[in-house]
Design a protein around this ligand. Structure first.
Ligand SMILES: [Zn+2]
Ligand SMILES: [Zn+2]
Length: 258
């Protein structure tokens, strides 16, 4: 497990570079993050591996010399939340839609703030990747934790593309420096802007192809399609594993929605 201290108050299992990532399965690449506030010690996402979650919790409590007070869940997908049993004694926060999928004593919130003025952590439901998705923002350290609304070791996967694009534009307007995606390594605002620009290029090409009346199979092979900007970054072989095929899923999604 990586322990990447990105600011004095924030440690994440997401490494600095793709070369430091181990494993390709979603349960191995999911980011667990700890934020230390004077009055709270927060974990964002607990992952699916109970042993890994226990170890992360233990090491963070030792490192910051206090007990975990909150677990914020970006969404209820198994790879982010299955190790919830490790955090039965802390205050768990998730979206209302996410809470319906999780059996636990949970605090339901569409937005939630921890900490005192100028040193707060914000939990905000956004939807996009899934209807229950939320993100976490820690402005004083310029840290954004995106959940699966942004991925850096896979292509993007979403249930509502329009919400995701609006969210990218919103995040770009924030003063953030360290972006921790749902899976992969820590990225910066350039990464976010490149992914957003890829989708905008894709949509404009798809609009033209749609006006020509092409079928989706013709579209997928069309030479005018932009290449996904981080194709070479990915751990996956396109179509080779159950969590791949997402570049084409995105194209199909937008072709239905342009
Ligand atoms: Zn995930
Ligand atoms: Zn997910």
């Amino acid at each position: 497990m990586n322990f990447n201290q990105i600011t004095p108050h924030v440690i994440t299992t997401a490494p600095k570079t793709i070369n430091e990532l181990t494993g390709t399965d979603p349960s191995e690449t999911v980011a667990l993050t700890c934020i230390n506030l004077p009055e709270a010690l927060i974990i964002v996402d607990c992952g699916a591996d109970t042993e890994k979650a226990k170890k992360f919790r233990y090491i963070m409590e030792e490192h910051f010399n206090k007990e975990i007070s909150h677990l914020l869940l970006t969404h209820a997908h198994w790879d982010h939340s299955d190790a919830l049993n490790v955090f039965q004694d802390v205050s768990v926060v998730i979206s209302k839609k996410g809470a319906t999928k999780i059996k636990a004593d949970i605090k339901v919130a569409e937005s939630f703030t921890i900490g005192s003025k100028r040193n707060e952590v914000f939990f905000q439901v956004s939807e996009g990747h899934s209807p229950d998705s939320a993100f976490v923002l820690y402005p004083s350290d310029k840290v954004l934790i995106t959940g699966d609304n942004l991925l850096s070791c896979y292509a993007q996967v979403f249930s509502n593309g329009k919400i995701v694009l609006d969210l990218y534009r919103h995040w770009e307007s924030l003063d953030v420096k360290h972006i921790i995606p749902g899976h992969g390594f820590v990225v910066d605002k350039d990464y976010l802007m490149n992914v957003r620009a890829y989708f905008e290029d894709l949509i404009s090409v798809l609009k033209k192809l749609e006006s020509l009346g092409l079928t989706i199979n013709q579209v997928l092979k069309h030479p005018d399609l932009p290449e996904y900007c981080y194709k070479d970054h990915a751990l996956w072989e396109e179509g080779g594993r159950r969590h791949t095929g997402w570049v084409n899923s995105g194209i199909k999604y937008w072709y239905r929605h342009v």
